[in-house]
Design a protein around this ligand. Sequence first.
Ligand code: NAD
Length: 490
Amino acid sequence: MMDLKIPARLPNHINGKDAAASSGETFAKLDPSIGREICQVARSRAVDVASAIAAARAAQPAWAETTVVKRGEILRKIAQLMQEHRDALAAIVARETGKSLKDAGGETDAAIEMGYFVAGEGRRFYGRTTTSALPNKAAMTVRQPLGVAGLIIAANTPIANVAWKAFPALLCGNAAIMKASEDTPVTAWAFGVLAKEAGLPAGVYNTVHGFGEEAGAPLVEHDEVAVVSFTGSCEVGRSIAATCGRRMAKVCLELGGKNPFIVCDDADLDVAIQWALGSAFSNAGQRCASGSRLLVFEAVYDEFRSRLVQATQALKVGSGDADFFGAVINEAQLTGMLAAIERARSAGAAVLTGGHRITEGGLEDGYFLAPTILENVDRDAEISQAELFGPITCLYRVKGFEDAVSFADQSPFGLTAAIHTTNINRAMTFINRIKAGVASVNGGTYGSEPHLPFGGLRQSGNGWREAGTEALDVYSDWKTIYINHNPSKC
Ligand code: NAD
């Protein structure tokens, strides 16, 4: 009987069975909102990864032979079980991330939707038929699976991160190994429990827990892993790309952002402020799409700044449903953010609000950072260029549209971007010129829905897109087929 009660020792899931790390080692997973242990987690190493890969290799051919319609049905069953256990899943997400149940529920709903969307693609697994230059020759293309997929994810939206990779990888006929984030192992474990209950054959989907160097790197290095799909930091992504490049493995990288949010002099400031708050601070700023650069026209800068600071100071922080955002994922991340703020301050930045850990109101044992706004930072300063992945944003004065778009693009990243304007020509010019994977007018710097492609330019990724039918391109390869139906007359 399936049970989503968090076990005291969270196991790997390999070849349809729970498995401790072969060394017996574990590490503690802490609750970010109170700093206390939730459970001990299998601390896997290369040997555990190798056994997951062996299971996946053995299971993959039969899974690939199962029709894609049937594979879609099994994935739909997983989505149905996620829906049935939606509150339990959301409770796990909330507990291990320190976000509210409300936010965790929204994220769980998006993950379920992704499951349904991808399952439906089982009946739309289109290739092409086309012509040949020669008579009596039929030409077509079909998708084929790659083999074993290594999936490595970040902790920020754990159930969505699992869903965005697991569903398309499996639909395409691959077997998969999920290397969950060490900060959110429980969600990944729960997905594995539901996937097994839904009838996924043993070995088709495996979960391995552990640290990046110990459990992630062996997955990336293994010759039997045909595609590595990674969501995480630029630094780790770059080293994964190098390893995959050496062994010519396909690699999909979904990395960071330093997303610009432009407020023009003709913007509706009430609307712009609401979207700026959500862009900068929702999910404690732990979003690749976070609006960490607010570019405001000179003419409305002072008004926007004072209203934004006021609105920010009114935000409630905590892990309850009435709170705007919760904890950051761990103590080390919090310490790193505080250090970056201090470096900016020493370089002359003004901290308009926040800039400190919250040490009162019942939040003192958790990892809570006050929502932070800085100004007077150079455009090429570290804090303007490097991703902080926390509830921290910087305000910049821009002279006008040209200055805004040119500074917006002055970034190593190119993930999402937003503009607030009532001028349609400005909006369209921004859409055409901004170098970003997602452009939003009068909205936030946000990710996209399950049926739309998401990914970025420059150091935000390597050109692949997750979600949408575009995700199928990551996990499958095209095969071109010729059939000479009258061979003597071809
Ligand atoms: P991270 O790179 O430190 O870790 C991500 C994952 O990689 C973890 O599972 C970790 O264990 C693993 N890992 C670490 N070192 C590894 C190695 N040498 N080999 C293999 N795996 C390794 O990132 P993080 O701090 O957990 O996540 C935050 C980052 O993720 C931010 O940069 C954020 O922008 C990015 N992110 C991007 C997207 C997107 O879709 N573009 C979505 C969410 C998060």
